[in-house]
Design a protein around this ligand. Structure first.
Ligand code: SF4
Length: 279
């Protein structure tokens, strides 16, 4: 095993391995920093990423009970006009879906295939019938299709961890997969969240897939971390000159068109005192 000691798997680093094993190797094992842009319009890209972070904080404050009028003032003063549109769409459409008990910005650690992993949820909602909904706020320009979202590690990992963790976290009777829904809300289509209901077969497939993925990474040797054959990915990868796969960054428009997503800051998780579930 060449993984760093105490390595923690997240949806972000697992997705990196799926997208390109060599990128995982450079980023998490060698910890290689490489001074390159992800897209050509770097400033706009960075501004959009930062505005996404601010939007998440506004939503978090709202969910924790800060009056929306107080948040309106902060939103009005935001330098990015898009953020005002995102916030207006959120306030106009989302509150009626939030009936129930809320867990906001909740982080759960778990053990799978002998390795530690963590899932960080924007919001978990428990309704009076015992159904659980995971909400995830997205500010990317172009929403992914339901089919793409079902393939994403985030969907597979978050639903699985919640199913396993729910009984002990929320003092519930064991929950059936069909009681769990993942709802992606895109700020660019606020009235139409993408809703993915879990099932027993989803659960069994995801458990087998993620166990195999984590075992594969854990047992991999240096030569197993191969470069992706999908050259489109390299255009938006900071390591492209290191890999001799081009120097110029891809365009921001293509980034949106290819259904790529900006990295979530899941490395900023505080791992202290988190509830841990073993399965
Ligand atoms: S440039 Fe391409 S091959 Fe190299 S790490 Fe990035 S995605 Fe992988």
């Amino acid at each position: 095993m060449i993984l760093p000691k105490n390595f923690i798997f997240t949806q972000g680093n697992l997705q990196d391995f799926v997208d390109c094993p060599y990128r995982f190797y450079l980023r998490y094992i060698l910890r290689t920093s490489w001074p390159a842009l992800v897209v050509d319009q770097a400033l706009e890209f960075e501004q959009r990423g930062q505005a996404g972070g601010r939007f998440h904080r506004f939503v978090q404050q709202y969910l924790l009970g800060v009056p929306p009028e107080r948040i309106d003032g902060l939103v009005d003063g935001d330098p990015l006009p898009d953020l005002r549109r995102w916030w207006a769409g959120f306030i106009a459409h989302v509150p009626p879906w939030l009936e129930g008990q809320r867990w906001v910005e909740m982080t759960v650690t778990a053990t799978l295939a002998g390795q530690r992993l963590v899932a960080k949820y924007d919001l978990i909602l428990l309704d009076e019938k015992g159904n659980l909904t995971i909400f995830d706020w997205k500010t990317s320009k172009k929403p992914l299709s339901a089919a793409r979202l079902l393939e994403r590690i985030q969907t597979r990992l978050y639903r699985l961890v919640l199913l396993q963790a729910s009984a002990s976290l929320f003092n519930l009777q064991p929950v059936e997969p069909e009681q769990i829904t993942m709802r992606y809300w895109y700020a660019t289509q606020p009235q139409m969240p993408i809703t993915l209901v879990y099932s027993q077969s989803n659960y069994e497939n995801d458990l087998a897939y993620l166990t195999d993925l984590i075992e594969t990474i854990s047992n991999a040797q240096e030569n197993d971390f191969i470069r992706t054959a999908d050259l489109a990915r390299c255009r938006f990868c900071v390591y492209r000159s290191h890999c001799e796969r081009g120097v110029e960054a891809g365009s921001l428009d293509d980034f949106d068109y290819l259904d790529l997503e900006q990295d979530e800051a899941d490395l900023l998780i505080d791992f202290e005192d988190l509830p841990e579930i073993e399965f």
